[in-house]
Ligand binder design. Structure first.
Ligand code: NAD
Ligand code: TDX
Length: 332
């Protein structure tokens, strides 16, 4: 049994990870989370307090990070500013949290020789053409497009440098787009589901042809657990479940599953610099660590996610109006 510090554990993927840890392992879990707009206390409600505690704090706070890292065996870093649209409107917190915060964690794990796993994104590789069957691999050059993806790319490079220069025990995973329960309603899929519950038509940026490689959050977190247990120190693992789908197709499917005509959506202003297509080749993770995604049927994963938002309005209702007010300012 060990003590795991999960930074950003009150956000979407982190909260699902904490729930999974408590359900499937014996580890004690501490969440360090700044409780920004993206966090939701309700995502961590009802957890067993004998094995779980939440510390409200910032990964950029040197003393707090030092204190917490010194008493844990493993740190898993989910803490980040995560939304591309926000990074275009206000890039500063992205540089601060994603770069400076990762630096603070690296200095602490170096000091106490604590195992570190860094959660990152496929967006560090930039985007792919639509009419191409190329996919990202571990050797694809970094070429990020947005302030968000550039700050994540920088954080990955810091981790790699700390491994090489200081010998810290770290791994990195770069995952494609996640969906599932507890995802903030600013993100594409929950935004459209909750819009439809509210009688509002789904909104597609630009022409809707952009492709994302969808993976269920539980499959991502299974991969993270596997990498922490069996991953090779210093390695980067790509996580993806062959879920390439155009945004238009996601909206059409969501409309159908929720009982509407498939074309009952509207086009809104495009995202500046909008990445065209992401696609992950996860064969290293499958072949070397034996990881197999379970939610390979996107339609059924989407149906379960729709049900979750229908059944958990208490979770998302308090943040919905403010999220839409922010989108209205940019014509989206
Ligand atoms: P999220 O925005 O839902 O959650 C981020 C959490 O980090 C929030 O609880 C927030 O309060 C916390 N946080 C922010 N700044 C902090 C700080 N300075 N100190 C401490 N906590 C802070 O994000 P998510 O979608 O759960 O993403 C988690 C991680 O996974 C991020 O690193 C993201 O880059 C990465 N990722 C996300 C996806 C995706 O599809 N959502 C895909 C690949 C990788
Ligand atoms: O209302 C919308 N309409 C729309 O067409 C929204 C919110 C988004 N979109 C488009 C933009 C993207 O092409 O849908 C796609 C997905 O958008 P987001 O949910 O904002 O995700 P994305 O920008 O692809 O980034 C996500 O995946 C990679 C996460 O937010 C990142 O944290 C992760 O690194």
């Amino acid at each position: 049994m060990s003590r795991i510090l999960v930074t950003g554990g009150a956000g979407f993927i982190g909260a699902n990870f904490v729930r999974r840890l408590l359900e499937t392992t014996e580890h004690d879990v501490t969440v360090l989370d700044a409780m920004t707009y993206a966090a939701n206390l309700a995502s961590l409600a009802d957890l067993d307090e004998r094995r779980f505690r939440l510390v409200k704090g910032d990964i950029c706070d040197t003393a707090e990070v030092d204190r917490l890292v010194s008493t844990h065996d493993t740190v898993v870093n989910f803490a980040a500013e995560s939304h591309n649209d926000n990074s275009l409107a206000q890039p500063r917190p992205f540089v601060q949290t994603n770069l400076v915060g990762t630096f603070e964690l690296l200095e602490a794990v170096r000091k106490y020789d604590v195992r570190f796993h860094h959660i990152s994104t496929d967006e560090v590789y930039g985007d792919l053409e639509l009419d191409d069957d190329a996919r990202f691999t571990e050797t694809t050059p970094y070429n990020p497009s947005s302030p968000y993806s550039a700050s994540k790319a920088g954080s990955d490079l810091l981790v790699r440098a700390w491994v090489r220069s200081f010998g810290i025990r770290a791994t990195i995973s770069n995952c494609s787009n996640n969906y599932g329960p507890y995802q903030h309603v600013e993100k594409f899929i929950p935004r459209q589901i909750t819009n439809l519950i509210d009688g509002v038509r789904p909104k597609l940026y630009g022409s809707g042809v952009n492709v994302r490689d969808w993976i269920h959050v539980d499959d991502h977190n299974d991969a993270v657990l596997r990498i922490i247990d069996r991953g090779e120190i210093g390695r980067t693992y790509l996580v993806g479940a062959d879920g390439e789908t155009s945004n238009k197709r996601v909206v059409e499917l969501t409309l159908q599953l929720m009982g509407h005509a498939a074309d009952d959506y509207e086009y809104v202003a495009d995202r500046p610099g909008h990445d065209l297509r992401y696609a992950i080749d996860a064969s290293v993770l499958r072949d070397e660590l034996g990881w197999i995604p379970r939610y390979v049927d996107f339609e059924s994963g989407l149906r379960t996610t729709i049900d979750w938002y229908r059944n958990n309005e208490n979770w998302w209702r308090p943040i919905k109006a403010a999220t839409e007010a922010k989108y209205a300012l940019s014509g989206q």
